[in-house]
Design a protein around this ligand. Structure first.
Ligand code: NAD
Ligand code: DAU
Length: 339
């Protein structure tokens, strides 16, 4: 099979490419990525020369380029990761989120209709459900939870999900959607909580915790997410949404303290900063549908996954030090100075 993977030079997309190459060497993978600030070709350096892998640098919003690629490759399956993915950036500059996350998804689905695909998989997020209160641990997001978004990022993802379901109903495009909780693991861009805290910790820089650090996220090791998507594209039912989550809720402050402990640093590095605007309080996924239908369960315990992740950042300093020495410095200054 030919599998087109958009956003494969980013965090989850690259991990998915590695997963597919290992578990399905019979398939051909085509990675389409614009290489925005979040995309990094060096992440894919070990697989670029594989005979069953092709990298194409294009924008998913460029209809002509996307159609040309479909004409050349006739993908059987599209796994659509490409997106603007950082909530804080969406608060600063929503426009590019609407363009990439909504319009880019529409272009890809139009190509899917024109050239015919066996499956179009939209990689979505639990953030489309909004948030849950801290004092109701019994409440979890199911696939039936109404969409109720908080940030320009989550709104753009929800819009793309609705469009995907509309393409399924109206045009019969064989769409599936997965909505996953927070991922962590190798190759995550250092603007996100866990790698940012690891990098700052190693440099003895302040660890900027938003608000009181009590917001809860449901953390999943990235390889478990990749496995879930692999099961959905091969065995999932078209027209269905699948929630993916690790039953692993943790408050931000506890994650930060754990990283400090693992790296042998003092909690004095913790600095409470002004909260994110519209900050979602708690996410928690009920993954019973994907478990019942496809037999998926998370395999990596957080205690092991976080150790592996910290080890990876220690062993691959060049990868992230190159990133934080460039434009990222301006980003960091803008977002965190005088906060
Ligand atoms: P990321 O920001 O690390 O990577 C995004 C990738 O998309 C980059 O390689 C970037 O170059 C590429 N891209 C951006 N705009 C593009 C465009 N116009 N054309 C082509 N390529 C473009 O993101 P991530 O964290 O790997 O997330 C991947 C997907 O998973 C996103 O759709 C996100 O909404 C979703 N998701 C992420 C998480 C998480 O915890 N990170 C959880 C659930 C769902
Ligand atoms: O839930 C899935 C989502 O998880 C994905 O859809 C998004 O693409 C992904 O970025 C992530 O969104 P979050 O906003 O939850 O992740 P982030 O790493 O930005 O923040 C995690 C929590 O940590 C959140 O409550 C905000 C807080 N935080 C974050 C940063 C960057 C801090 O306290 N300090 C920080 O410096």
């Amino acid at each position: 099979m030919n599998i087109l993977i958009t956003g494969g030079a980013g965090f989850i997309g690259s991990n998915f490419i590695f997963y597919e190459l290992e578990h399905h060497p019979e398939d051909r993978l085509i990675c389409l990525d614009k290489l925005t600030y979040a995309g990094n070709l060096s992440t894919l350096k070990d697989v670029l020369d594989r005979p069953n892998f092709r990298f194409v640098k294009e924008d998913i919003c460029d209809r002509e380029a996307v159609y040309r690629l479909f004409e050349e490759e006739h993908p059987d399956i599209v796994v659509h990761f490409a997106a603007e993915s950082h909530v804080d950036r969406s608060i600063e500059n929503p426009g590019v989120f609407l363009e990439t996350n909504i319009m880019g998804t529409a272009v890809l689905m139009d190509a899917g209709r024109k050239y015919g695909v066996r499956r179009f998989h939209q990689v979505s997020t639990d953030e489309v459900y909004g948030d849950l209160p801290l004092d109701r641990p019994d409440l979890l997001f199911t696939e039936e939870t109404p969409l109720h978004t908080s940030s320009p990022y989550s709104s753009s993802k929800a819009a793309a999900d609705l469009l995907a379901m509309a393409y399924h109903r109206t045009y019969g495009l064989p769409v599936t959607i997965s909505r996953c909780s927070n991922n962590y693991g190798p190759y995550q861009f250092p603007e996100k909580l866990i790698p940012l805290m690891i990098a700052n910790c190693l440099a003895d820089k302040p660890l900027p915790v938003y608000g009181q650090g009590l917001n809860v996220r449901d953390w999943l090791y990235v390889e478990d997410h990749c496995k879930a998507i692999d099961l959905i594209i091969r065995n999932g039912r078209a027209g269905e949404v699948y929630n993916i989550g690790g039953h692993n809720e943790m408050a931000n402050i506890d994650i930060v303290k754990l990283i400090l402990r693992e790296l042998g640093k003092s909690e004095d590095l913790i600095t409470y900063v002004t909260d994110r605007k519209g900050h979602d309080m708690r996410y928690a996924i009920d993954p019973s549908k994907i478990h019942a239908e496809l037999g998926w369960l998370p395999e990596t315990m957080f205690a092991d996954g976080i150790k592996k992740t910290i080890r990876w950042y220690l062993d691959n300093k060049e990868w992230w030090e190159t990133i934080i020495s460039g434009d990222y410095k301006d980003y960091y200054r803008k977002m965190y100075e005088n906060r």
